[in-house]
Design a protein around this ligand. Structure first.
Ligand code: EPZ
Length: 419
């Protein structure tokens, strides 16, 4: 059985560079299906979810060339089908972007309901609402989403809930539609802006991304071009929280500090020294920290994708803290693993009530991508050895993780134990 083995606790020192944003890449790569030409996409993260989405594009008829580990060229001039490979599509959440891209390009799509991390129900009703408003029919049968349209016509769509996926998927379906589409109550995450910038670089007309009203004017065709993906806000935040938990001084490089504002503010409230530079942030933690309250919200609020990592940090900080999960209905399953390490956490509805203290090493299991990252943080901040099974979840979002963490002093290795 494969595990990540971590020996804590020693302070961390050095620099760590952040890769391209996973949640931008898994949307931008499918968006290349809309382009009748070659898209050169740079700074993609070399992670499992990206390799999976690329495999799906190839099976749809796109040709994908790896220029290097982080650069691909996608040619979608001659797609051969609108039917996504079911066995691949059901493995990850972002496969639903194939719906918007294929509907936008071919007026039809067949894609298995997405898989992905399990935080309770993960509906796609808002995606369906957007496609129907644009003139498509949407049916779901035996776990497959079927959508098609005679013609896609722009319209105004109000999103009842702020949804990253629905905002992006409607953008993808609307860029080649006739007329203007307005998305109201749109999500504002950095990766939404990145997808809009990519689409515009390929000839689309998307305005207002990053605000809660996005306006799209349909164009007849999108040609090729070149685009570089933004740094990963969540990977950057994970490294910042790791440095705060283990102590020492770490420079997190190749980031957009503005994207980190909500986390920076919370770390400073705890007593962590945070210094911002143009494209990096230095985290210094020497003394004790204090407990705080955190509530997850859509951007620019505190990201839900940093919630487990923040809970791990707060579990090691003497004092009482509360973390409220306001985006997902059930994103505390990983807490049992932290409890196995001695964490004192009580879950009451959407709130985690944390009595921070000293943890101990333990055998634990990654239950999803960010929960796995939280266990790495807890292990690095704890005396003794922590072994994390199911590290494949972590590999979905963090490339080459043990080598990169060792470069700042984390005692981490990947081991293979007989089952
Ligand atoms: C994206 O998921 C991210 N995944 C998630 O990151 C992230 O947690 C989430 O956005 C919120 O930021 C990718 O980008 C691949 P949503 P998504 O639609 O698009 C409800 C990670 O760790 N909702 O913004 O699925 C939904 O139930 C992953 O990288 C509807 O009700 O999230 C949730 O409560 C984990 N109907 C809320 O909206 C819909 O049709 C936000 O979901 C869609 C969503």
């Amino acid at each position: 059985m494969e595990k990540l083995r971590i020996s804590g606790t020693n302070p961390l020192f050095g620099e760590i560079a952040v890769c391209g944003a996973k949640n931008a890449a898994v949307a931008i790569i499918p968006a290349a299906l809309l382009v009748n030409g070659v898209c050169r996409i740079e700074n993609i993260p070399d992670i499992k979810d990206v390799r999976l989405i690329i495999d799906m594009l190839v099976q749809l008829g796109a040709s994908v060339t790896y220029v290097n580990d982080t650069t691909i060229e996608v040619n979608s001039s001659r797609l051969k089908t609108h039917v996504a490979p079911t066995e691949l599509a059901s493995k990850m959440r972002a496969s639903y972007y194939l719906l918007g891209a294929l509907l936008g390009r071919m007026n039809k799509a067949e894609v298995a309901l997405p898989g992905g991390c399990n935080f309770g129900t993960r509906p796609i009703d808002l995606h369906e609402k957007g496609f129907r408003a644009l003139g498509a029919t949407v049916e779901i049968e035996d776990g497959i989403v079927y959508t098609n349209a005679q013609e896609l016509c722009g319209c105004t769509i109000y999103l009842d809930t702020v949804s990253v996926g629905a905002t992006i998927n409607i953008m993808l379906a609307a860029v080649l539609a006739k007329g203007r589409t307005v998305i109201e109550n749109a999500a504002k995450e950095p990766h939404i802006v990145d997808v809009a910038n990519f689409l515009n670089a390929m000839g689309a007309k998307v305005r207002g991304a990053g605000t809660d009203v996005i306006r799209i004017t349909g164009v007849p065709e999108m040609r090729g071009g070149c685009y570089s993906i933004i740094p990963d806000q969540i990977e950057a935040g994970t490294f910042m929280l790791l440095a705060a938990a283990a102590g020492g001084e770490v420079l997190v490089r190749n980031i957009i500090p503005k994207h980190m504002d909500s986390l920076t503010s919370k770390l400073e409230e705890m007593g962590v020294n945070v210094t911002e530079y143009d494209d990096s942030i230095r985290i210094e933690r020497s003394g004790s920290l204090k407990g705080i309250s955190v509530r997850t919200m859509p951007y620019p609020g505190f990201p839900t994708d940093l919630q487990p990592q923040m809970v791990a940090l707060l579990s090691t900080v003497k004092g009482n803290s509360t973390v409220t999960e306001d985006v997902w209905e059930n994103r505390f399953q990983y807490v049992d693993e932290l409890r196995a390490m001695g964490a004192d956490i009580e879950i009451s509805g959407k709130k985690a009530l944390i009595k921070g203290g000293t943890l101990h090493g333990s055998e634990v299991r990654a239950t999803d991508l960010r929960a796995g990252a939280a266990l790495i943080i807890a292990g690095a901040a704890t005396e003794g050895v922590t072994q994390i099974s199911s590290p494949h979840y972590i590999d979905r979002g963090y490339s080459d993780i043990e080598r990169r963490l060792r470069s700042i002093g984390v005692k981490i290795e990947r081991i293979f134990e007989a089952d």
